[in-house]
Design a protein around this ligand. Structure first.
Ligand code: NAD
Ligand code: ZN
Length: 359
């Protein structure tokens, strides 16, 4: 049995952002070093930025999340921290969505492990604990705040993979649902759906874990309440979805996703589709494997008045279909979780191509 680790300490609640200074104080006292803040570019010049408990030597780096993190972008941030700070920082604080949280985790790890981001893409490759890291999500759904990975695209190797390690788990979280009030509506929905999809894939799989199941069931209940019975952006729903995201991210450490994520990963490699919208596009075309879930996704979309996801595969070429298939079928563990060991017979090239052509 693998040992499970999750984030041990968190502050939760509306207005809790004001406690960030208190979380940092003991770190500053112990380390006597500056703090590095990584902030989603949406907050440049915002009220939130002016409320950062930054001191004179601290560094504030803006993370452009137009594109998802890459090994190069992570190396770039790490270099900037090293060039400005002659000591190990007292803490790295990542404030934003999955892209910024993952960037913060990766930079924290690289500040104490030699080499480059690409050297650590894979399972348990990091040798040293990273710099103390605090995660502050500003959009709910990916579970990146709770998980033990930080996903990065690597164009050279044509892979999207994280540093999967207990060192990629945040030391502390600050979960303040007020911070999600400014997220644009469609983005909010697509990212929230990531939790729903993690949980239905996990609960529908063959590899099960009673703790993961319980986290997933509660996260699903919260998703359904927020996305089917209320306005998803009401204060109550935003609070529920922040909890759901955390629980869904905690579940994934002990379980696997299913067919949706591999298909979405294919779209991401070939068309650079972002993670959460890619999952929605994939689920919308996977009725054969997830009939009830795809129907529920469309009901949630209708209740929240969200348009259907865009068609990305219109005019897809045979070459692209091969690339899509290769980038999907490589995800053996989730596919075996959903379809069994003979997953490649079920999701063969012809079947996958017919699915992709509709997406
Ligand atoms: P994101 O970080 O990519 O941000 C999406 C958009 O939302 C950006 O334009 C950003 O500026 C904006 N935004 C974020 N917070 C906002 C706010 N409060 N107000 C206004 N705009 C805001 O979003 P995401 O969907 O949370 O993250 C996707 C990333 O997460 C992908 O890179 C994916 O690979 C990664 N991911 C990681 C894990 C993990 O376990 N580490 C799991 C799933 C996905
Ligand atoms: Zn996901």
């Amino acid at each position: 049995m693998a040992i499970t680790k999750t984030v041990g300490e968190y502050v939760f609640g509306s207005g809790s952002f004001e406690q960030l200074a208190d979380l940092l104080r003991p770190r500053r006292e112990i380390e006597g070093a500056p703090v590095v803040f990584l902030l989603d570019h949406f907050f440049a010049g915002s009220g939130l930025m002016s409320r950062l408990p930054a001191e004179d030597d601290d560094q504030i780096l803006m993370v452009d999340t137009t594109d998802e993190p890459t090994t190069d972008s992570v190396d770039g941030f790490t270099l900037r921290v090293r060039e400005t700070c002659d000591r190990e920082p007292a803490a790295v604080v990542a404030i934003g969505g999955g892209s910024t949280l993952d960037t913060g985790k990766a930079v924290s790890n690289l500040l104490t492990n030699p080499g480059q981001a690409a050297d650590y893409q894979g399972w348990d490759l990091l040798r040293h604990r990273g710099v103390f890291k605090i995660g502050v999500p500003t959009i709910s759904g990916t579970g990146a705040e709770a998980s033990r990975t930080c996903v990065m695209l690597n164009a050279e190797k044509n892979i999207k993979l994280g540093m999967i390690s207990e060192f990629s788990i945040f030391d502390q979280l600050l979960l303040d649902p007020d911070l999600t009030s400014t997220v644009p509506r469609e983005q909010f929905f697509h990212t929230a759906m990531d939790t729903y999809i993690h949980c239905v894939e996990s609960l529908g799989g063959r590899f099960r874990h009673p703790v993961a199941d319980s986290f997933s069931k509660e996260a699903l209940r919260l998703c359904r309440e927020s996305l089917l019975e209320d306005d998803m952006q009401s204060p109550g729903s935003r609070e529920k979805l922040m909890v759901a995201s955390y629980l869904g991210g905690s579940a994934i450490g002990n379980s696997f996703v299913g067919v949706v994520h591999p298909v979405s990963a294919g779209l991401s490699m070939v068309f650079h589709t972002h993670h959460c919208i890619g999952n929605c596009i994939a689920l919308n075309g996977l009725d054969e494997f997830y009939p009830e879930e795809a129907a529920e996704f469309r009901r949630m979309r209708d209740v929240q008045n969200i348009p259907p996801p865009p068609k990305v595969c219109t005019g897809v070429t045979e070459d692209q279909l091969v690339q899509l298939y290769d980038a999907t079928i490589v995800h053996a563990k989730p596919l075996a979780n959903a379809l069994g060991d003979r997953f490649a017979d079920i999701l063969n090239f012809d079947k996958a191509a017919s699915i992709f052509r509709q997406l």
